[in-house]
Design a protein around this ligand. Sequence first.
Ligand code: TXA
Ligand code: MG
Length: 313
Amino acid sequence: MSDIQKAAQIIQEGGLVAFPTETVYGLGADALNPYAVAQVFEVKNRPTFDPLIVHVADLRQAEILVQKFPSAALKLVEKFWPGPLTVVLPKSPMVPDIVTSSMPTVAIRVPNHPLALELIRESGRPIAAPSANLFGQVSPTTAEHVRKSFGKKIEMILDGGPCQVGVESTVLSFIDKEPVLLRPGGAPLEEIQALIGPVRVAQKAPGQILAPGQLESHYAPRTPLILAGPQEALPQGQRLGWLGLGKPADPGPFAAVESLSEHQDLREAAANLFAAVRRLDERNLDVIWALPVPDQGLGRAINDRLTKASHRK
Ligand code: TXA
Ligand code: MG
């Protein structure tokens, strides 16, 4: 039996399989099996009010899970699927409540990774999968990252090498009259707007949860991370790590330096982000000093993750 066949069988039997996508590794279960999905929440230590994305192999399989596909959503998925765009649509009754946290909507995408697509096709099931990390922690972009979080707690990890995009999918809701960006991600907002016109960027009112990707503390390393403001002074007398594009102007104060992209390339930076944060987190630093990147293209997703990683209550 091939690895894919084994993995597909685990999914069919209600077990969990971690698998690569182009964005980050996912922790997958049969989306139509509520018991299997419940295990995902349990293993991840994820609150059940935070709904999961359902991964399908193509548009046909997506259509079965929703009530309707608005034309703007169709236009987008025709361009971006398979790829890092998740659309939120009214769900069909076949999607179990636990997947959607009892909301009448479901988030769906077609991942752009051969192993993910083979797993979905071979199992014959849509696969509900959050990122394969413990809740609130940094997302995994290699199979090794997944192993470190879960070890033997999951039955199988499919290794597809490092993720090419490196930040999670863009989440776009089509529930209101106008499309709403719930989470910036691998599909750049500019390219989305070029196709369907203006998109509202969701603003979270205090205490309100629109999409729990908007939870304030998320993607966080153990080491305190400061997202440096323009005039902010460097902490003194601390073991510092540097994270940003290019190189620090003065590397002197830094015990560790992680350049997201020497050439200031935002795609490369996104692909390196989570692994770089993890490496810094292993260096026994007092503080990770992170610099924001230009807020355009994949830079929006990078800044969003850095902001959430830096939030301290
Ligand atoms: O790239 C990705 O999206 C990765 C890979 C594995 O596909 N998955 C991922 O899943 O990042 P997760 O669970 O870490 O993030 C899913 C996001 C959360 O912010 C969740 O709140 C939101 O999608 N979401 C899921 N269902 C939703 C729904 N029905 N309405 C609004 N937001 C939803
Ligand atoms: Mg996640």
